[in-house]
Write a protein that binds this ligand. Structure first.
Ligand code: FEO
Length: 170
């Protein structure tokens, strides 16, 4: 694989590991708030992010590139409210979508069809990632400070289970 793609993919797998770290941090925040359902939802999410990172690891290895693990930045550890945390998650997913789009542009520029094809899964995945986070943000906005509403959302989110790798889009 071309060095430019290898470098960009290495940078991106770091961003996916950071996503996993960020959601672990959110899981801990929710646990501290006694919102166990939201904490459980974040724990499923962090495993999906780890799976995203591993897809890049596998692709680089399959293409005879070299994976170079980089330092993972420290994530935020406190949020003002559950809404603020999920808003942050939504913003983060938009950031990741932008990075994926930039990778697609690079794959096109380098005429790397395999990389382009590989990235299409992530293009679709990011549509789901953004939509899911946004839905939860809207639900949290609707309930506002109502503790019963918050409890109901917490229970609903706690029912999330890990998806199969092929459709880990929720
Ligand atoms: Fe791996 Fe949530 O994007």
């Amino acid at each position: 694989m071309k060095k430019s793609i290898e470098q960009a993919f290495n940078d991106h797998l770091n961003a996916e590991f950071f996503s996993s770290y960020l959601y672990l941090s959110m899981a801990n925040y929710f646990a501290a708030q006694n919102l166990e359902g939201m904490a459980a939802w974040m724990r499923v999410q962090l495993e999906e992010e780890r799976m995203h990172a591993m897809k890049f690891v596998d692709f680089i290895n399959d293409r005879a590139g070299r994976v170079v693990l980089q330092q993972i930045n420290q994530p935020t550890i406190e949020w003002a409210s559950p809404l603020a945390a999920f808003q942050d998650a939504y913003n983060h997913e938009c950031l990741i979508s932008g990075k994926i789009n930039t990778l697609v542009d690079l794959a096109n520029k380098e005429n790397d069809h395999a990389a382009h094809n590989f990235l299409q899964w992530f293009v679709s995945e990011q549509v789901e990632e953004e939509a899911t986070a946004q839905r939860i943000v809207e639900q949290l906005k609707r309930v506002g400070d109502n503790p019963v509403g918050l409890m109901i959302i917490d229970q609903q989110l706690g029912s999330r289970t890990a998806s199969a790798p092929a459709d880990a889009a929720e």
